[in-house]
Write a protein that binds this ligand. Structure first.
Ligand SMILES: [Zn+2]
Length: 443
């Protein structure tokens, strides 16, 4: 292989002849002047050879970086000739130019696209010295194009799945018809997660029965049947969808959501006691129960100083309800820590007793909910589905949202989630051919 071919190969160009180059040290800009010889040129339409030359054309195209030079342009001279087959004057076929973005080569689009799989469009724009709006369009186009090739891996282990919603956007309700209509619309996106691979498999807008159904319908029947455990939060619509579509799945309630709703109940109790203490003018209790201190009250917090421990002890002595609440929370964690079913049931009965004795209304309500979902909590204990995966993914999605300074386009956000946390990227879809040529017509 000679040097010319090597350069063409490494830049994803078709066979052209490089004539000279200009390098500006100040701007790190490299312009490569090249020519597509008439003998190599083919008709754009029928790919036949040209009979003779009509005229030479010139074009400047953005190509990927070479070594230290970030801005690399290809200044290409190419022929228009008489086509033997078409009986017309036709331009030469330049298949390395991107069919959607005429000023960029396919290789540049692919390199920048792979960069944008990992980072934001703005960061990729800085790294490639390109316009970020253009790169945003490139990213959108690429995700849309790759969706055409998108399919779940056939050997995907679907035995453990989970579903969860993430917050997408809160919009002001501009058309409020009456004073009782909501001030804001909150939009969510439902993600279907494969827990064994910790990847988002599918997503849909909303958090209703239909949203999860849409997600599940993307799985094949065999995959749906192979689901053994399905981890959900306590959301009736999701339960309905899973029961209907996945006959073999046992629904497990997510520990994270369970603990979250319990913490909410405890926080309500703290608020009530805070108000009561304020009325009594009890300075110590007001100070201990104020909103900023609520994390001290979570006993699982291991970083408490000795002083904080002492204050907490004093509070527990003074306030019976808070003491009981903290005991219930702590014991519930211990119930969930059990790995065997019989031990879990034994401890749960004790926990019910604890709640009953405390006579705290809010916790009693919570206990009723626990009783209702007992079978599902048992499924969690059996499957030992950890919440780390869904929590981690949710965190990743939050980071993604922040990095993009929030998304407003729902479709783009959904695709982006699939790209970052799922299978819509070059690691799972073979896009190597896109370095050279993007088949037309596309999308
Ligand atoms: Zn032709």
């Amino acid at each position: 292989m000679d040097l010319n071919s090597l350069v063409c190969l490494s830049l994803g160009l078709q066979e052209i002849i490089i004539e000279r180059h200009q390098f500006s040290e100040q701007h790190q800009k490299l312009v490569i002047h090249a020519k597509l010889p008439l003998s190599e040129a083919r008709c754009k339409k029928c790919f036949f050879d040209f009979l003779d030359l009509h005229q030479w054309h010139e074009k400047t195209i953005r190509i990927p970086t070479i070594g230290i030079s970030n801005k690399v342009f290809l200044h290409l001279k190419y022929p228009r000739g008489h086509c033997f087959f078409c009986q017309k004057v036709m331009a030469a076929d330049l298949y390395f130019i991107h069919p959607e973005f005429k000023g960029l080569s396919c290789s540049f689009v692919e390199v920048a696209g792979r960069m944008m799989e990992e980072t934001t469009c703005a960061a990729a724009a800085r790294l490639t010295c390109c316009n970020r709006k253009l790169l945003w369009k490139v990213d959108q186009w690429r995700m849309k194009y790759m969706k055409k090739y998108y399919s779940l891996p056939t050997n995907l282990d679907c035995s453990r799945m989970s579903a969860d919603e993430v917050h997408f956007i809160t919009q002001k309700n501009k058309k409020r018809e009456n004073p009782f209509s909501p001030r804001r619309h909150i939009k969510y996106i439902t993600n279907l997660v494969c827990s064994t691979k910790s990847k988002v498999v599918a997503n849909a807008s909303g958090r209703e029965y239909g949203s999860l159904k849409n997600c599940l319908n993307l799985l094949s029947d065999e995959q749906k049947d192979s689901i053994k455990f399905f981890s959900l939060d306590m959301h009736a619509d999701f339960f309905k969808a899973v029961r209907e579509l996945c006959p073999n799945a046992e629904i497990a309630v997510d520990r994270y959501h369970l603990v979250e709703s319990m913490n909410k109940v405890f926080n309500e109790l703290r608020k009530d006691e805070f108000r009561a203490a304020k009325k009594r003018n009890d300075e110590f209790q007001v100070g201990m129960l104020e909103p900023g201190r609520r994390f001290i009250l979570m006993q699982r917090n291991p970083d408490l100083s000795i002083e904080e421990h002492n204050l907490l002890g004093k509070l527990k002595m003074l306030n019976v309800n808070i003491n009981a609440g903290m005991l219930i929370v702590d014991y519930f964690h211990r119930v969930l820590d059990q790995t065997g079913l019989s031990k879990f049931r034994e401890r749960l009965v004790k926990w019910y007793g604890l709640v009953r004795d405390s006579k705290l209304k809010s916790f009693r309500k919570f206990a009723l909910q626990v009783r209702k979902y007992r079978k599902n909590i048992e499924a969690y204990i059996k499957s030992n589905l950890t919440t780390a995966i869904s929590e981690g993914l949710n965190n990743k999605i939050k980071v993604l949202k922040r990095m993009g300074y929030n998304y407003t386009n729902e479709k783009s956000f959904k695709n982006k989630i699939l790209q970052r946390c799922g299978f819509l990227n070059s690691r799972f879809i073979d896009t190597n051919f896109m370095f050279w040529h993007v088949p037309y017509p596309q999308i």
